[in-house]
Design a protein around this ligand. Structure first.
Ligand code: S3P
Length: 443
């Protein structure tokens, strides 16, 4: 499913970012719109859908389970919902490519369907931990088996019935929370999840948008099984996680002044703005409005001198996907930036602590890994060649680092940028980054 072959990014040093951009639709919300739209009664019309490989993997999976889905065409998707029990067994395993969100949320959504099927993924996804979802699902009565290593493929067998669960998440993870809430739709009684720290709440918001009651009491979220979803319109804002690369790029490149339009500003996602502001970044929040039950704003960012900080641990789940970009900001800041409490970064699309440390070191930055974070001493960026290990966010973060480098930065294995940000190269060039891409070559 995910892009094959090496794609190399070459980025000339220097430049600045300016103008007005709208980055692609939110990946988390795009996945959920397909999932809930498919299980709903009636038609769901989605706009702003992310046409990236990850959300398309979810879309294709539901088509293969018999859901009629029109589009995507310029971000518009029309889903003809089949109702809570209308999915059909796919003929072959469902390949979810690089997408952890597809696999973990589908695991929960599918165990109560009475279907037998298998979920697979690419090499990266097949090395990520899945017991964090299969164990609590098994406690609900699901028959779901990972590999001996606790990874994909996940085999699901039909089960008689699921029971609700009262579960405290061992890690702050929206994917585990969402997986169990989606299984809870099919369970007898209540499913209650307690989170150790707030994580993105798109599932809860969207369930309510589809008319399904969700109760939240502090850190505890409960739903009762047996209800139905009603098709609706979903307007998906631009992804703050994709905007993050431009926030960092414009913050670090002298003379930058960039407007990012219609960005999702869900308070469980705004850690990147909080952290960058603490470092001294000038980010203005303009034109607040709402779309599809989510707050939306325009963000204006201008370059400013940054200083190193100790990143507050409570911000970590709120910025969990933005650390590759934030590490580049730290490399350009004066003084030391210290991240702790972020061990989860080691089990993302790559080990983002190790891969970012190696890449930063390769371009002349003083960065040291710790078991659950990193220590970065800001200073000059020399330039050179880095390996992204096929991790989309690592590739995009290093592209932005070139804005402050002395020499060119070459980034290997960038094809997976298409999982979350199709046309990253085109939009970046429009904003002023001197980036080009080339197929083939090493590795
Ligand atoms: C996501 C949750 C996060 C995030 C991922 C998308 C989601 O993962 O890293 O990119 O859509 O629920 P965790 O919940 O495992 O931290």
């Amino acid at each position: 499913m995910s892009s094959s072959g090496n794609l190399l990014f070459s980025v000339e040093p220097g430049g600045r970012l300016s103008g007005t951009l709208r980055v692609p639709g939110d990946k988390s919300i795009s996945h959920r719109s397909i999932m809930l739209g498919s299980l709903a009664e009636g038609v769901t019309r989605v706009s702003g859908f992310l046409e990236g490989e990850d959300s398309l993997a979810t879309l294709t999976a539901f088509r293969r389970m018999g859901v009629e889905i029109e589009g995507p065409e310029q971000g518009r998707v029309v889903i003809h919902g089949v109702g809570m029990h209308g999915l059909k067994t796919p003929s072959d395993p469902l390949d979810l490519g690089n997408s952890g969100t597809s696999m973990r949320l589908l695991a929960g959504l599918l165990v109560g369907q009475g279907l037998g099927l298998t979920l697979t993924g690419d090499d990266s996804l097949s090395s990520r931990p899945m017991r964090r979802v299969t164990e609590p699902l098994a406690r609900m009565g699901a028959r779901i088996t990972p590999s001996a290593e606790g990874t994909a493929p996940l085999r699901i067998q039909p089960t008689e019935a699921l029971n609700g669960i009262d579960y405290r998440l061992p890690v702050a993870s929206a994917q585990i929370k969402s997986c169990l809430l989606l299984a809870g739709l099919y369970a007898r009684g209540d499913t209650c999840i307690t989170e150790p720290a707030p994580t993105r709440d798109h599932t809860e918001r969207m369930l309510q948008g589809f008319g399904y009651p969700v109760q939240r009491d502090g850190s505890r979220i409960c739903i009762s099984g047996g209800g139905t979803l009603k098709g609706c319109d979903v307007d998906i804002p631009a992804d703050i996680s994709s905007a993050a690369f431009f926030l960092v790029g414009a913050a670090i490149a002298p003379g930058s002044d960039l407007l990012l339009r219609h960005v999702g500003m869900n308070p469980t996602r705004t850690g990147v703005i909080d952290i960058l502001r603490r470092m001294g970044a000038e980010i203005e929040v303009l034109n607040p409005t709402e779309a599809g039950g989510e707050p939306v704003v325009d963000l204006r960012v201008r370059s400013a001198p940054l200083r190193g900080i100790r990143i507050p641990e409570d911000q970590v789940p709120l910025a969990i996907d933005e650390f590759p970009a934030l590490f580049v900001a730290a490399a350009c800041a004066e003084g030391e930036t210290v991240l702790t409490g972020a061990g989860e970064l080691r089990v993302k699309e790559s080990d983002r602590i190790q891969v970012m440390t190696d890449g930063l070191n390769a371009i002349g930055v003083d960065a040291r890994p710790t078991p659950d974070g990193m220590i970065i001493r800001g200073g000059g960026i020399r330039g050179g060649e880095v390996q992204s290990h096929g991790d989309h966010r690592i590739a995009m973060a290093f592209a932005m680092a070139a804005l402050r480098a002395r020499d060119e930065i070459r980034i290997q294995e960038c094809a997976n940028v298409n999982t979350s940000f199709p046309d990253f190269v085109g939009l970046s060039r429009e904003a002023g980054l001197n980036i080009s891409q080339e197929r083939g070559g090493r590795p």
